[in-house]
Every structure is written in structure tokens, then in C-alpha cells.
Design a binder for this molecule. Structure first.
Ligand code: AMP
Ligand code: MG
Length: 900
């Protein structure tokens, strides 16, 4: 009932609103808008923090808060630092938050929102009403700059932003009209607020006041950091969206921020690139504890000596079986003697440490003998696939400076000087004792070429030390015992074959080899596994997926490698046996990680370092990334390649000085820790230290386990005189991928794509030949001039001159299945399954689909021999009507005659 005692206000909120909307103010704001346009116009970066859950399509606002605090001492230092640089506490904290966001996102262009009181005139001070506005602070982080350097930039940004603070935020959004994404707030996704209104001074009679943590269940943004000053230092909270982040993630982030601030204060002159996000405790754990896997191994031996020990232990055990047309086998003693004779012959031909001996042989017992002989001679082997194009073989022979070529007389190898044809030499008189080559663990054991983005394959140089370490680790982790049967699945020219050979023949187990056709993942392989009582096998995930599942009572251990297996695949094959996800680039001696999955272990395929190796997920400044953040996987330790042959620049790019190397005097130092290999794989840490592979930093891709640089195919395409520009993509096709090439032609000839494809097939191995080649008038580009991958057309069947539509229901069925399985729109009846991009795995799929869908039984071999719809239809006809006829007189002696 009393009259108000307060003095009248000079103006009211309504006056302010009227002024804000006045013409005069509007034209003033237009000028201010120009400032914001210059800062925020064009495409705005969005801060991409690694989220724990996939981002909902539409932005949500469920939230929680994690509290944190900065000690009074550090807060004091922050204030001084601010003063020294003519800035405010707010500016120092914004700068620190930018550093944290840079560490998590790797982005150098960052926008942070911040609220301002926006009561810029004395008359507005006492008004009740909403004045608060939001400013966008955009910062460019340069890792070479110091914290104080960045602070200067932030200071200028903040001052300018404050000078232009009264453009209402909604007005700004309207004017900038940024591309809206319903899953994100516009302009910024992270907010920072420092509340410096003195809150401590409130006194109420008879009451004690205390600050309580906020119990918010709301989050306005991905992340908002709120801080306020108390007499005990700064306190604050990370308010986060609970649909994006787990609490533990934000707890880590908050304690990292607190520790980061302390470190920045300690060393404000250090380059930002040198300041990691991890707390000291996290650094210790991620650097050492998660890499603690030192194992002793025969570090003074070379691989063949491990084999010779196995020979001495059980000379009469079976060492190798070749399950081919005829079944051949050798005991350890027989294998050793044959390898020794050949080794003595090779030594006579000049083979020895650091000399390269090429081996170009089909899958056979001889291949195993030759492989051992080269190592026993002290030389390094270079595997050559007899099916590779001559061009490529010639390149490898020359590049590697091959001393001797081990082959058989039927292979026509271009210009190979010193060749030894195994079917022509007679070496039976040579001694069969172990040669004593002066080869040391650091000498070269083998040289394997992988696809190279410059258009030429690159040879990785691997020494015995890594091979021996691999052997022992494999035997331990895969539990290989004397008498076990190990499948030899991988092609000799890929390093997947290396562990199959080395672990088997050092453990006294038996290697089971077979011709390539029996290894196609279909019923044939299933029978091979059963017949030979295979205990251990390693397949690519795609091959394992295609292998028909039955009970394999003897199969104890299944490994997959080359690509990440799916959880379903792991679940199916790990039941009742051990299953290992093997990971590793050729450059690190096959395996850098072997992790058991399923059967009591998690189903997610992950990585942990193999024996005597280290794995680090690093950002661009080579700082270990926090759990959850994405970085590049770097691999160190025993077994790193020496580098790439004759490629010093590429070697220096991929094999970098190890920033974590410790001197030998440090108790925690690891052997061979001077270099790290950059794998090119994007990865992140799980909270328990296991690592997840996420993708690639580059254009390297894997198709059915084959490692392919798309750039290599593109460069070969462009070598054709009629191709001006080539682009190759690996497009998903079901659970598979297929290569599609696009060429911009300088010649208008409808037959040209086929000719170019043949040209490419003459230069590249089959797995690198694109299934389809599409002619384009020009490459589609995005508005900023990059290739617009989404605008590339999908390939149809090739243009045909004559009518090639199916002529019968059977052809129709086949044409439909071809198109579906290969992933093209239409298939003409004369087009070859393999030319269209079909490969052996797709062939097995076609075989089983035909059986399921139409009860028609064909083999993969039928498809190889009758590859077009027309031919295959004819062959099926023959099988259905002629073969039963033959079957009826199966046991008749005349059968052979009839067949003839
Ligand atoms: P390669 O040198 O042919 O063994 O290829 C090595 C590359 O294959 C790696 O850098 C990965 O990109 C990929 N890779 C191999 N094994 C795996 C795996 N188990 N999980 C995911 N990626 C893999
Ligand atoms: Mg590998």
C-alpha cells in the first residue's frame, strides 16, 4: 500500500523498443551488419566435435551439466596474463576454449557464441527487460602461433564484436542467411559465457547463501561452457546435449580444459601445436599403459633359423600338403633338404644378403620350397604373380634390381636376365645341409609392392627382425601347435600369405596349399577345409562372408584381415572357436594388431598393438588425441619397413621421426622406436584403450581385401592418348564395393570405352581394373571447383549397336541376375560377366542365386568358361539335357567314349 520510493526511470523499456525499431537505428544497424558480413559471410565452419551418438536429424535439447573448477592460484595467473596483454579474463578463457576445440575437432576456423549484456548506455542500466544479445567470435587457429599470439587475435575479435554488439542476433541470422541444417543451431554450436556480476555479496538476514550446481536437463547447443568467478577461483560447467555425448566424455573434456588452462598459463609462449589436450594422467596411460606389450622374441635369429629349429624338433612331421589335382606332401625333413639344395644353387648364382630374388610361381609345393630357399640363401624374396600384366612385372623386376628370378619355363617373363627355371635345373647333386648364409636380423627378408598413388606401385622393404617378431606373436596369439593344419589362402604376392607360411613352419604345423580355383569361397573351399581338417585359417571378410557355413569340427581359429569384419560375421564365426581381427599395413610387417572378437570378447572389431609394436592415434600436430576424437593411426616398434625402395620422398612422408622416442637409458624405452609409420587410417580410442578404425585420410581403398590407390588407376587411364582426365571411384554395392572409372575423352568414338578398358587391363592387375568405364563430356564440379562425386552418373550397360536383349526366359533370368549382382542397370546377352565388373566372389554369389532361385546348378568354372548371358544359357541347356544323359550311364565303361 505504500507509494514506490524508487526514483522515476529516465526511459522505459517500451522507449528502448521504439528506438531499436526506428528508421535512424535501422540504418545504423545496416552499417554494423556490414561488419558482421565481412566476418561471417560465405560458408561458415561448424564445430565438429566427435559425438558418442549419431546426431539426430533434428536438433534436440536434452542436456546435463558437468561442473569443473580452476584453482585460485591459476585464476590469479590468468588475470595477470590478461592484464599483461591488455585483455580481459574473458578473452583468455575464450582463447583457451578455442585451443580445446581445435584439439578435438582438428578445425582451424572456429566460431564460438557468447552472450553480452548489451546495456551500452547509462540510461539502460536500471531498466527491467531483455537486452541480452549473442555475439559470434570467429577465430583462426594457427598451431605454430603461441597462446599469447592467439590471445591477441581473440582480443581484437572480442573488441570488434563488442563494438558491433547491438545487431540483434535474429537480425544477423536473417541477414547472413546461412545454409540451414535442422540438426544444428545456426552460426555456432558451442557457446562460452563468463559471468562476472559479483554474486558473492548478497547477504540476507538470518540466512546462509551457498551456490548449488545447476540441475539442468536442457541444453541449448551441442556444448555451452559457463564460468563464473568466486573467491576460491573460477568455477564452471560444461552444459552438453545428452543425445550427442555421454557424461564420461564431457567429464574428460572438462578436466582436460581445466588442466589445459593451467598448462597454457605456465607456458604461454609455447606454440599451440605443442600443447595436447590430454591430462598428464591420460597422457601416461595412452602413451605407455595402452602400449605395454613388450615380449621377448628371437631377436638375434633370422626366420629360416626358426624353421630349421622346427625341422630338428620333428623331421618326420608333415610340413606341407598341396591338395591339387594330385595330392602332394613333404615332411619337414624333405622340405628342408629340397630348400637347402635350391638355396645352395642360389648362392652359387650370387644370391646373398640384400640381394633380391624374385619368385614367379603358381601355387605349388615348389613355391614353398623356393620361398624357403631364398631366405636360407640369405637373400630377400620378391613375390611376382604370374597372372599380372607383363608391364607391371617388368616394372617390378627392374625397380627391385632382381638378381635371380625363380620360375618355371612356361612363364614368359619379359627381359628377365638371370632366371632359374625350376623344371629345367638339376640340383639333386647339391648338398642338402643348411647353408650358413651371413644374414643378420636387420637384413632384408622380402620386398612387396603395393598400389601407389603416383601411378606406379611402391615396394616396401621388410627385414628378418620384423618377420621373426611376427612369427612368434602369431604362434602365441593364434595358438599354433605341432600337428595343426593351417590353410594357405592368400596369394603369395600379398603379405597376407606371410604369416600363413611363417607361423606354420616355425611351429611344426602343416601348411595346406591348393590351386587358386579350390580356394574360391564356395562349396569347393568348404570341402577343402573339411577334407584337410584345417585348424587355422585367415580369410578376408568378403571371402569369409561368401564361405558356406557348416560345422567345421576341427577349425579352432579363424582370423580375418585386410578389412574390418562386420559384427554379424564375427558373431557367426566366433561361436565355439576363437576369432581374431587382424589389422596391419604391409609397411609394418603384416600385423600391427590382433584382437580376439566374439566368443566372450566384444563383437566390435578393434585394434590393440601387437607384440613390441606401438599404436598412437595422433592429430595433425602429432599430439595423442583424446578418447573419442578422430586422428590418424601411427604405428611404431619392431617390424617397420625400411621404407619404399627408390622412393626417398615418399618414405620420408610416411615414415616420420617418432616424437615419442625415448633414449635407451629410459627404462620405458621400446626397441626400434626411432620411426613411426603413418598408416593413413583414421581412428579413435575407445575409453578402454582399444582403437576403432573409422576411414581413410586419403584415396586408398580396399576392395575384397585388395589394397588399391584410386590415383594409380586414374594415372594409368590418363596415359591413354584419348583420355584427357580420369576419375576412379569405389562405389558401395551391397556389402561390396566396385570400381567405376570416368573418362573425359578427346575422341568421339562409341567403342572407345571398351578400348580404353582393355588398355587399362593390360597395365593393371585384374583387381584394379574398373568394372565400368563411363565417358563424360566433362567432369562435374561443385561450386567451389572440386569434383562433384555425387553428380557422377551411375554406369548403365554399355551402348550396343545390335539388339542384345534376352531371347528366352532363361536368358532373361540370367541377364536380370547379372545386372543385379554386378550392379548395373541392364546387361546385353553378349557382355561378359567379368568385363562388367564381376569377380570371383560375385561369381560364387551368382552360382548360389541361380540354385536358390531356379534350381539351376552351375559352377564358378562354368562362368569363367561361358561368361556371357548367351553362352551361359547355352551351357545350362547342355548341362540340363546332356549331362543327365551321361550320368545315366555313369558306371558304364563306355562313358568315356560317349563323352568324347
Ligand atoms: P595392406 O597393406 O594390404 O595390408 O592394407 C593395409 C590397410 O588395410 C590398412 O591400412 C587398413 O586401411 C586396411 N585394413 C587391414 N586390415 C584391417 C582391419 N582388420 N580392419 C580395418 N581395416 C583394415
Ligand atoms: Mg595387411
Amino acid at each position: 500500500g505504500a507509494a514506490p520510493e524508487l526514483p522515476d526511470l529516465p526511459i522505459q523499456y517500451a522507449d528502448f523498443v521504439a528506438w531499436q525499431q526506428s528508421e535512424a537505428n535501422r540504418s545504423r544497424l545496416d552499417k554494423e551488419l556490414n561488419y558482421w558480413r565481412s566476418r561471417l559471410g560465405g560458408e561458415l565452419p561448424r564445430v565438429q566435435l566427435p559425438t558418442d551418438f549419431p546426431r539426430p536429424r533434428k536438433q534436440t535439447f536434452n542436456g546435463a551439466v558437468v561442473e569443473f573448477a580452476i584453482t585460485e592460484a591459476t585464476t590469479q595467473c590468468l588475470r595477470e596474463l590478461a592484464r599483461e596483454h591488455a585483455g580481459s579474463l574473458f578473452m583468455v578463457l575464450v582463447t583457451a576454449l578455442n585451443v580445446l576445440l581445435y584439439r578435438y575437432s582438428g578445425q582451424r576456423d572456429l566460431c564460438i557464441g557468447t552472450p553480452v549484456a548489451n546495456r551500452q548506455r547509462a540510461e539502460l542500466e536500471p531498466l527491467i527487460g531483455l537486452f541480452v544479445n549473442t555475439l559470434v567470435l570467429r577465430t583462426q587457429v594457427d598451431p605454430e602461433q603461441s597462446f599469447t599470439g592467439l590471445l591477441q587475435q581473440v582480443r581484437d575479435t572480442v573488441l570488434e564484436a563488442q563494438a558491433h554488439q547491438d545487431v540483434p542476433f535474429e537480425h544477423l541470422v536473417e541477414a547472413l542467411a546461412p545454409a540451414r541444417d535442422p540438426s544444428l543451431s545456426p552460426l555456432f554450436q558451442v557457446k562460452f559465457r563468463l559471468e562476472n556480476a559479483p554474486a558473492e555479496n548478497v547477504q540476507l538476514p538470518g540466512l546462509r547463501l551457498e551456490r548449488q550446481p545447476q540441475q539442468l536437463t536442457l541444453a541449448k547447443l551441442d556444448l555451452s561452457v559457463d564460468m563464473y568467478e568466486t573467491s576460491d577461483g573460477l568455477v564452471g560447467g560444461f552444459e552438453y546435449n545428452t543425445d550427442l555425448f555421454e557424461r564420461a566424455t564431457i567429464e574428460r573434456m572438462a578436466s582436460q580444459f581445466a588442466e589445459l588452462i593451467a598448462r597454457l598459463v605456465d607456458e604461454p609462449g609455447a606454440p599451440i601445436g605443442s600443447i595436447g589436450a590430454l591430462t598428464a594422467a591420460e597422457l601416461e596411460r595412452q602413451r605407455f599403459a595402452w602400449n605395454a606389450n613388450t615380449e621377448t622374441y628371437a631377436d638375434t635369429s633370422c626366420y629360416h633359423q626358426l624353421f630349421e629349429r622346427a625341422v630338428a624338433a620333428s623331421p618326420e612331421s608333415l610340413a606341407v600338403i598341396h591338395d591339387g589335382v594330385a595330392r602332394e606332401q613333404l615332411t619337414y625333413d624333405e622340405l628342408n633338404r629340397r630348400a637347402n639344395r635350391l638355396a645352395h644353387h642360389l648362392i652359387d648364382r650370387g644370391a646373398g644378403p640384400e640381394a633380391v630374388v624374385a619368385i614367379c610361381l603358381p601355387r605349388s609345393i615348389d613355391l614353398v620350397v623356393a620361398w624357403l630357399a631364398v631366405l636360407k640363401a640369405g637373400a630377400a624374396y620378391l613375390p611376382l604373380d604370374p597372372d599380372y600384366p607383363a608391364d607391371r612385372l617388368r616394372f617390378m623386376l627392374n625397380d627391385a634390381g632382381v638378381r635371380v628370378l625363380l620360375t618355371v619355363s612356361e612363364t614368359a617373363l619379359p627381359g628377365a636376365a638371370a632366371r632359374v627355371d625350376l623344371d629345367r635345373i638339376s640340383i639333386d647333386d647339391l648338398p642338402d645341409d643348411n647353408p650358413a648364409a651371413a644374414v643378420r636380423p636387420d637384413n632384408l627378408a622380402y620386398l612387396i609392392y603395393t598400389s601407389g598413388s603416383t601411378g606406379r606401385p611402391k615396394g616396401a622393404l621388410i627385414a628378418h627382425r620384423g618377420l621373426v617378431n611376427l612369427t612368434e606373436d602369431k604362434i602365441r596369439k593364434c595358438d599354433v601347435r605341432a600337428g595343426d593344419r593351417v590353410l594357405q589362402f592368400f596369394s603369395f604376392s600379398f603379405d597376407g600369405s606371410v604369416p600363413e607360411f611363417v607361423m606354420t613352419l616355425a611351429a611344426g604345423a602343416c601348411l595346406v596349399a591348393a590351386p587358386a580355383a579350390s580356394l574360391l569361397p564356395g562349396p569347393g573351399l568348404r570341402d577343402l577345409l573339411l577334407r584337410n581338417e584345417i585348424t587355422h585359417m585367415t580369410l578376408t571378410p568378403s571371402a569369409l562372408t561368401a564361405l558356406p557355413y557348416t560345422a567345421f569340427p576341427k577349425l579352432r581359429m579363424v582370423l580375418v584381415g585386410g578389412e574390418a569384419p562386420s559384427r554379424e560375421l564375427i558373431a557367426r564365426w566366433s561361436e565355439g572357436r576363437r576369432f581374431i581381427n587382424a589389422y596391419g599395413p604391409t609397411e609394418t610387417t603384416v600385423n600391427a594388431s590382433m584382437v580376439p572378437c566374439g566368443n566372450g570378447h566384444p563383437l566390435t572389431p578393434t585394434l590393440t598393438p601387437s607384440a613390441n609394436k606401438q599404436l598412437y592415434v595422433l592429430d595433425e600436430d602429432l599430439q595423442i588425441v583424446p578418447v573419442g576424437a578422430v586422428g590418424e593411426l601411427h604405428i611404431g616398434g619392431v617390424g617397420l619397413a625400411r621404407g619404399y625402395l627408390h622412393q626417398a620422398a615418399l618414405t620420408a612422408e610416411r615414415f616420420i621421426p617418432n616424437p615419442f622416442a625415448l633414449g635407451p637409458e629410459d627404462a620405458r624405452s621400446q626397441p626400434d622406436d626411432s620411426v613411426l609409420y603413418k598408416s593413413g587410417d583414421l581412428a579413435s580410442y575407445l575409453p578402454d584403450g582399444r582403437i576403432r578404425i573409422i576411414g581413410r585420410v586419403d584415396q586408398q581403398t580396399k576392395i575384397r581385401g585388395f589394397r588399391i590407390e584410386l590415383g594409380e588407376i586414374e594415372r594409368v587411364l590418363e596415359q591413354h592418348p584419348h583420355v584427357d582426365a580420369g576419375v576412379v571411384i569405389a562405389r558401395d554395392h551391397g556389402d561390396d564395393k566396385r570400381l567405376i572409372a570416368y573418362g573425359v575423352a578427346s575422341v568421339d568414338d562409341p567403342d572407345e570405352p571398351a578400348k580404353v578398358r582393355r588398355f587399362v587391363a593390360e597395365k593393371l592387375p585384374q583387381f584394379m581394373v574398373p568394372g565400368a568405364l563411363v565417358w563424360l563430356p566433362e567432369l562435374p564440379l561443385t561450386s567451389n571447383g572440386k569434383l562433384d562425386v555425387d553428380a557422377l552418373p551411375s554406369p548403365g550397360g554399355r551402348a550396343q549397336r545390335r539388339d542384345t536383349s534376352p531371347r528366352s526366359p532363361r536368358e532373361e533370368l540370367l541377364a536380370g541376375l547379372f545386372a543385379e549382382i554386378i550392379g548395373v542397370d541392364r546387361v546385353g546377352i553378349d557382355e561378359n560377366f567379368f568385363d562388367l565388373g564381376g569377380h570371383s566372389l560375385l561369381a560364387t554369389r551368382l552360382v548360389s542365386r541361380l540354385l536358390e532361385q531356379a534350381g539351376i546348378e552351375i559352377t564358378v568354372m562354368d562362368l569363367f568358361e561361358a561368361g556371357s548371358v548367351a553362352e551361359l544359357a547355352q551351357r545350362i541347356e547342355q548341362k540340363q539335357y546332356l549331362d543327365p544323359l551321361l550320368g545315366a550311364i555313369e558306371d558304364d565303361d563306355e562313358r568315356e567314349e560317349v563323352a568324347l
